[in-house]
Design a protein around this ligand. Sequence first.
Ligand code: GLN
Length: 237
Amino acid sequence: GCSSGGGSTETVTPGTAPGFQPFEFQDGSELVGFDIDLTTAVFEEMDGYELAEWETFEFGSLIQALTSDRIDFIAAAMTITGDRDETIDFSDPYYSANQSVIVRSDGSFSPSELGDLSGRPVGAQSGTTGEGIIQDELIANGELEESNYTSYDNYVLAVEDLENGNIDAIVIDEPVGDTFANQRPVEVAFIYETGEQYGFGMRTDDDDDLTSAVNDGLQTVRDDGTYEDLTAEWFGS
Ligand code: GLN
């Protein structure tokens, strides 16, 4: 973002990857979701910073968009991983999730563990931890041929291919798998527990204390009940 002198306001351009309901998705022309509302609430608590308009990218392009200064902040249900942590700075964790494996709800294929995906065409979204599970837990040990895996720019495209029968299963963050299961002819076959923690992403070279300001804002919205209100609104719990 623009650097600031004493007393002025720094503008922060947030970036996300829609198509990941309930975290970020298009409602008509409007970008909505838990991440959008939480980011807005956190920045309202931060003196000296203001949010610019949201920029949208495919999930797999977000880190590059951040490091090349096209955006200053990632809010995209992004899991804090050791690999990513080498490139970007994460806020404190703000949400915890597992992975789920979703299939068509016609009963044609009912896997109950990862190994059951062996020999099946499967998909995930490019650059996600779901893709990492397929790579590390199935392809790397020979349980799945590389050619059986399709990497999609967006999970919406993967679900369409699942419905069409082009693939038989998708590995996806559980809250989002649940949403697809509520809206499309797909269902959750089983949960793969990862205990992932989502964090907001920022550049490591920002010397302006953005990360600590975000963490303070996050703590404030947790303490004042805003966080709880938002989880009730977007997850019904
Ligand atoms: N939490 C997963 C990850 O960080 C998926 C995020 C997403 O697809 N938006 O890789």
